[in-house]
Ligand binder design. Structure first.
Ligand code: ZN
Length: 133
């Protein structure tokens, strides 16, 4: 009976040994406690927020860069360019804000109101979307 009791106590202690998510030192207290201190909780959460904001900032920068390239190449409503020309300027084809598919199956990629349509043979049509809504 006493043996049982010791196992119970030992289990309790193991379960209670948790490490602070920020600094790694042992956390004492409630089983749902994740941090050793308010300082560590704040530091951890600030870091987490900063990381997610970096993702947004980096993506916005890439979109802005793409937008400027399209805007510069297409100062009027419509023009044509090559893939090489876009890539040379640093255009990143992975970043766009929307896709527009025509009834005939053509797929336009848009970065805000600047769009591009692959024409084949490394040619692209550049179009500016006219406000329609
Ligand atoms: Zn800590």
């Amino acid at each position: 009976m006493l043996g049982f009791f010791y196992i119970f106590i030992a289990r309790k202690i193991i379960n209670m040994k948790r490490q602070c998510l920020e600094c790694g030192i042992e956390v004492i207290g409630r089983t749902d406690k994740k941090f050793c201190s308010d300082y560590c909780r704040n530091a951890f959460n600030n870091k987490k927020n900063r990381d997610s904001k970096n993702i947004i900032r980096n993506t916005n920068n890439l979109l802005r860069k793409n937008y400027r390239i399209l805007e510069k190449l297409n100062p009027n409503q419509k023009t044509k360019t090559t893939k090489d020309n876009l890539q040379r300027k640093g255009f990143n084809f992975n970043y766009f804000t929307s896709i527009y598919k025509t009834k005939t199956g053509k797929v336009y990629y848009f970065v805000y109101d600047q769009g591009y349509l692959p024409l084949g043979n490394n040619f692209y049509a550049l179009v500016k979307r006219i406000k329609d809504d």
